[in-house]
Ligand binder design. Sequence first.
Ligand code: MLT
Length: 251
Amino acid sequence: MAEGREVLVHLTPQLCPPERLAGGLAVVIDVLRATTTIVHALAAGCTAIRPCAEIDEARALADALRPGRVLLGGERDGKPITGFDLGNSPQDYTDSRCRGAVLVLTTTNGTRAMLHAAAADRVLVAAFVNLAAVCEHLRGEARPIHVVCAGNGGRVALEDLVLAGAIADFSARLGPTRLNDGARLAQAAWGRYGGDVETALLESDGGVGLRHLGYEQDIRAAARVDRFALAPELRRDPVRVEADCDEDPLW
Ligand code: MLT
């Protein structure tokens, strides 16, 4: 086996027990749409994202945080949740809505994947819109890198696999790297689209589902590679995601 740092892609959270992540750095991905939405919300001025697995838990947390500035967002079956302020469309997280607010977010797969990955030493949140910013954090990293794809209800999601491939590819170019088979598959998927992210997202099952629901604009927003120079990081006590970098859009 070749020497070097390990880069492991887990095609779904179910394929990676939390204890496997201990001692490593996890990069959580849910391109359509949770991690894309998180990057947009932080770039638009949310001070933190509080990921919740369940709708009731999110409602209770939002109530407990009020009267502070709180937004309650998320989706089930791709659709906004009754009584919530916002759904899961990245571009709805605008400056005027987000500035100074804590976002309590619950989504079908993405927020659960984040909570699952909290077992790692360090957890970053990636989407295509902040790919380069996240990759910069991997440069000096000696710990195993676990790319955790949220997938869709235990099924592989092409859009997550392609982004995982871009990250595996970047890491492999930094020096001797040991990839698992998930990372090799992801690299192949990334190579298959030759950087045409929008086509990959439009073709994916998740993309087709979102188009049926009328959310084609969300797919186009998710395909804007490196729009933001921001690498959100999960912090603890309480579990939350915060921005640690420049919030300005690159373009
Ligand atoms: C998820 O967490 O499963 C996604 O973000 C789903 C969606 O946005 O429709």
